[in-house]
Design a protein around this ligand. Sequence first.
Ligand SMILES: Cc1ncc(C[n+]2csc(CCO)c2C)c(N)n1
Length: 231
Amino acid sequence: MTETPFSTRLRQASAADWDAAISHRFVRELSAGTVPQAVMRHYLVQDYQFIDRFVALLGAAIATADSYAARLRLAQFLAMIVSDENTYFVRAFDALGIPAAERAAPVLDPTVRAFQALMGEAAESRSYAGALSVLVVAEWLYLSWAERHQGPLPPDFVHAEWITLHDNPFFRDVVGWLRGELDRTGATLNAAGQARCESLFQRAVALERGFFDSLYAVAGEPGGTGTVSAV
Ligand SMILES: Cc1ncc(C[n+]2csc(CCO)c2C)c(N)n1
């Protein structure tokens, strides 16, 4: 009998927040192309600040990785984010008429600030497995909701490309590889090290859900769940 992989165990321990996030109103509306424009604007402005720290965390993973092969793989992924993904944000900001100040330095939502602090904590742990614990959540959870999309893509590229950026063969490959790295490195840790990874992973999942929840509260939309679960 093979043992349950570390990444699978971590996800199982966070199942309630995980399932709430991947079936959230925001991702359902994104699939249908019906996210209210105020919500989409707010999401993208806040998420751009998330991506900034995410790139820094990926840098920390590159610095702490235990092989050149892993550094190469992470660097190739980083190259995609700062090219294709960054370009998507710039084109979406142009289409939505987002002013320069909001692109560069918006007032941050509490959930995004908490996420930035968590990414800082993972980066400063100087532990490859610690960095992977947060990176894997941010990637795998996005792949999981994007893969649930069925039928034709919504007509607006702001919606459609946010789905296809997270549901394509390159990205699926990256997520599989990152999970494998977390499984491999997690298996070598003692109980305290594994518990630190689980704590980072669990808080990241709660913040993913909390960020989706907060979009509807902040943008003044009716029907937000009001359960910002980890701020
Ligand atoms: C709050 C939040 N969590 C996760 C992601 C997903 N994500 C961030 S960077 C990146 C790499 C390539 O797309 C991915 C998938 C996000 N955008 N915002």
